[in-house]
Design a protein. Structure first.
Length: 161
């Protein structure tokens, strides 16, 4: 069931609660009404954390101005972002290793327009893994600092072809 189909079903169910002889559970009705307000929730709004595309599309200098403040406020060191396919179809690093764009178009792999990939974060090392078996260390964190992995195009957002 798609979200809009679920919303219609809940609307129909709510309408039926006004029918004589139907039991109306006030807790359930409240939950259903809250579900219907889902599109207004920050989490799923176009500029909320699930759909905001600025981390992938904004120029880095513009993004960096607010990014540091937000990450400090949230007490996070890195953001892993999806829902915007990278042009290179590779996991891409932005903003000095603070942002990782991981949408490589996996659902388009059969048409050669994308590929399956994963970002592994282990012991301060960020490694891209691709469906063809390729691996690329993107970033290493050593002694509390962040260092580019050292190879050409690694850790700076400019990926190897």
């Amino acid at each position: 069931m798609k979200l809009e189909e679920a919303r219609r079903a809940v609307q129909e169910e709510l309408a039926a609660t006004g029918v004589p002889g139907e039991m109306a559970d006030s807790h359930t009705i409240g939950e259903m009404q809250e579900f219907l307000n889902l599109p207004s929730w920050t989490m799923v709004s176009p500029d909320g954390p699930l759909w905001y595309r600025g981390y992938a599309q904004e120029p880095e200098d513009k993004l960096a101005r607010e990014l540091g403040k937000m990450m400090s406020r949230l007490k996070v060191q890195h953001l892993v972002v999806a829902h915007t396919i990278t042009d290179s179809r590779r996991i891409t690093v932005r903003c000095g290793g603070r942002v990782f764009l991981i949408d490589t178009g996996m659902v388009f792999e059969q048409t050669n327009q994308g590929r399956a990939s994963a970002l592994e974060i282990q012991n301060g090392q960020f490694t891209a893994h691709y469906s063809n078996g390729e691996q690329q260390v993107l970033l290493r964190r050593e002694g509390g600092g962040t260092l580019p992995a050292g190879g050409p195009g690694e850790g700076n957002g400019k990926q190897k072809p």
